[in-house]
Design a protein around this ligand. Structure first.
Ligand code: NAD
Length: 293
């Protein structure tokens, strides 16, 4: 079984990005500038944002963290968004999700200038993606595409079952894999909580993308021999043997499935690092105005 090592790929891409940033600097250009807006103190969000800022530092991007308090009003957050839209020095920015309940995430998403929307969540980018036009791809699906591409996984004509239909993972990856191209050209089934017989669907899959958010939901007997399995899930489960008191597991039962799959991503070290990496690739595109002027 081939381990699709997202951590190693991320490291490779980091080296490529460093070279590109050095070239920009040598030519007297402006280094990419990413801003991360974090609302509140959610530990998982803090850790994700911390990874993004660290990545920026490692490749030589400029980064800025705006940490707003948990009780910031929607209007105050919208003012921050407007300032970021207006600031020509900022190439791209993200607003880390989830936001506190009193803030309407879609309202915030719509307020982001799509030309700076390096998370690829704005309907302009989502719509362009669905139309097969160039756009900022949402980071997690883009990271998955990068894994499939760099490991040269054959997707052409394959049957892919995506489990989970969120706007940030399941739905966009189902669109990307069904589009013409490479990776792509799959016949895609998008399964979700209302799907009648998930096991029957999964057993027909050449490629499985699991984005459910339930620890080890997909078991060994739900996967056919030779399938490629991409595990997006990041779930904390209690583990008294760890100093932190928990360990991270994916949405698939790794050990059981490793015996049948031809290739799969580990958790951690699979899709997670490639999500951050894809965001950095989008930020470079924003800085070099590759998609929008
Ligand atoms: P979400 O909660 O928005 O969506 C979950 C989806 O799973 C829903 O569409 C739902 O229909 C489906 N689902 C729930 N229960 C189901 C069931 N019993 N049977 C079939 N389908 C079911 O989640 P999300 O934001 O897409 O995240 C999914 C997982 O991926 C989470 O563990 C999350 O932490 C992880 N995640 C990882 C990364 C990364 O970088 N690796 C990025 C985003 C999300």
């Amino acid at each position: 079984m081939l381990v699709l090592d997202g951590k190693k790929l991320s490291q490779d891409i980091k080296e490529e990005l460093k070279v590109k940033v050095d070239l920009i600097k040598a030519a007297g250009g402006k280094v990419p500038h990413l801003v991360a807006v974090l609302v509140g103190e959610n530990p998982a969000s803090k850790s994700y944002v911390g990874n993004k800022i660290r990545f920026c530092e490692e490749v030589g991007y400029k980064s800025t963290l705006i940490n707003a308090s948990e009780d910031i009003s929607e209007d105050e957050l919208l003012t921050i968004i407007q300032d970021l839209n207006d600031d020509e020095e900022v190439d791209g920015y993200i607003v880390q999700l989830p936001l506190p309940k009193h803030i309407d995430e879609m309202k915030i998403n719509l307020a982001i200038d799509y030309r700076k929307d390096v998370d690829g969540f704005h309907p302009m980018n989502f719509g362009r993606m669905a139309e097969g036009m160039s756009s900022y791809l949402p980071a997690t699906p883009a990271g998955i595409m990068e894994i499939l591409d760099r490991y040269d996984i054959d997707t052409d004509g394959k049957h892919c079952v995506v489990v989970g239909r969120s706007n940030i993972v399941g739905t966009p990856i189902s669109i990307l894999l069904s589009r013409k191209g490479r990776p792509g050209n799959c016949t895609v089934t998008l399964a979700h909580s209302r799907t009648k017989d998930i096991k029957a669907e999964l057993l027909r899959a050449d490629i499985i993308i699991a984005a459910i958010g339930i620890p080890e939901f997909i078991k060994g007997d739900m996967v056919k021999e030779g399938a490629v399995v991409i595990d997006v899930g990041i779930n904390r489960v209690e583990d008294a043997s760890k100093k932190s008191g928990y360990r991270l597991v994916g949405d698939v039962a790794y050990d059981e499935i490793a015996e049948k799959a031809s290739a799969m991503t580990p958790v951690p070290g699979g899709v997670g690092p490639m999500t951050v990496t894809a965001l950095m690739l989008n930020t470079l595109k924003a800085a070099t105005k590759e998609i929008y002027l």
